[in-house]
Design a protein around this ligand. Structure first.
Ligand SMILES: Cc1ncc(COP(=O)(O)O)c(C=O)c1O
Length: 386
């Protein structure tokens, strides 16, 4: 492991002082070499990239997706239609929108399928009530729409109960004239911990998933593909459960402080936020310009770690301020000093930025847009008079 978070030695992402001096803070930095290393590591974990469907919601960036494509990753998972668009613009041709279709998103998703016949595109459904409207919209637009049955492994966020309800839903899709059953989807984001801890928690839902697949196949209902697991569970999922065809982690591409604490060996921290000291309100406190609008706070405290200062204590934040208690060894901090802040949750932090600076071997080499960050444009729907 790179020891980035644990070391007391500063290990800045940037080492060219003239460049550091010019970066307006807060700014998002992505280390391209570390991303490449994470892709190499992922290859060594999954063996065959056909079994990986990386979630692009972590980076929302076509340039990062192009790196994944160039490495031989051909599949993608998305959470929004702008992410689906980004994947296709970047050259991807196989994307699952891991989201239920309600309201205007139903028509938009079916329109996307009609306009991109070259792309294997599917969405999720977890409710029998949704089947009729999706089938009707697909009929209206003259397409056969691909659906995965989303099952609930106990996370209780989305998903139909494993067992008879999921089997009936799968059969209803299989029987519908304008729908195609692509398979089953199970996201187990409530499972956290190292390999053995996750493995233990996965036994019951994965056994139920296996039974569901064999029951469906025995009843003549094809299950072509089974997708499960994010970053914590992908390794046990792919190595220990035969029922799994593809795993769909997202965070692995950049990694973050939360996962690094759980599984420090797995990937490198490839992203941080450059921040500066804007105040020293007390001898043991520094305030950085990386408030909740610069580094997400959805994890609660601590919402980040400071590179090179493993003992620093995150005291709290407001919109543009982060208050940090300095360890006794680091009280010499001055106004304007630069720090590299590693978010506890990288996905929600990336979504706060329009652009990221790309760093290679300590130097800024490029600037990439976080181009799938946007929502569908309301102006194109409503013009000037909503
Ligand atoms: C449906 C779904 N699949 C996959 C993932 C990827 O998980 P992770 O970011 O932990 O790798 C997520 C994350 O929220 C998700 O919601």
């Amino acid at each position: 492991m790179d020891g980035l978070l644990q070391t007391a030695m500063p290990m800045p992402f940037l080492t060219v002082p003239e460049q550091v001096a010019r970066v307006p803070s807060p700014a998002l930095l992505i280390d391209r070499r570390r991303v490449e290393r994470n892709i190499d590591r992922m290859r060594s974990y999954v063996g065959d990239f056909r079994r990986l469907r990386p979630h692009v919601k972590t980076h929302k960036c076509s340039e990062v997706y192009k790196m994944q494509l160039a490495a031989g990753i051909t599949k993608a998972k998305a959470a929004t239609l702008p992410e689906v668009d980004m994947v296709v613009r970047a050259g991807g041709r196989d994307v699952v929108l891991a989201y239920a279709l309600v309201g205007p998103n139903l028509e938009r998703a079916v329109t996307f399928a009609r306009q991109h016949p070259e792309t294997v595109f599917a969405a999720l459904v977890d409710d029998p009530e949704a089947v009729g409207p999706i089938d009707a919209e697909a009929a209206r637009q003259g397409v056969r729409f691909n659906l995965y049955v989303d099952v609930n492994p106990g996370m209780d966020r989305t998903g139909i109960p494993l067992g008879a309800p999921a089997a009936q839903l799968a059969q209803a899709i299989h029987a519908a004239a304008h729908l195609h059953l692509s398979g089953l989807h199970m996201y187990d984001g409530h499972i956290h911990g190292d390999f053995e801890t996750s493995l233990a928690a996965m036994q019951a839902p994965y056994a139920a998933l296996k039974t569901l697949v064999s029951d469906l196949r025995r009843a003549g209902c094809p299950v072509e593909n089974v997708i499960t697991a994010g970053s914590p569970a992908f390794l046990p999922a792919i190595q220990r459960f035969e029922v799994v065809d593809e795993v769909s982690p997202g965070t692995w591409i950049f990694w973050d402080a939360a996962y690094s604490e759980m599984m420090p060996e797995l990937f490198d921290i490839a992203l941080c936020v450059l921040g500066r000291v804007i105040s020293r309100p007390a001898a043991d406190i520094m305030t950085l310009d990386t408030g909740s609008k610069a580094v997400s706070v959805d994890t609660g405290k601590p919402n980040c770690r400071i590179l090179g200062l493993p003992e620093a204590e995150i005291l709290g934040w407001s919109e543009e301020h982060l208050r940090v208690r300095l360890p006794a060894t680091h009280r010499e901090v001055r106004l304007g000093d630069t720090f590299y802040v590693v978010p506890q949750h990288v996905c929600t932090t990336v979504a706060l930025y329009d652009e990221a600076l790309i760093v290679e071997d300590g130097a800024i080499v490029d600037c990439w847009p976080i181009d799938a960050r946007s929502r569908p444009s309301l102006r194109t729907v409503f013009g000037r008079q909503p």
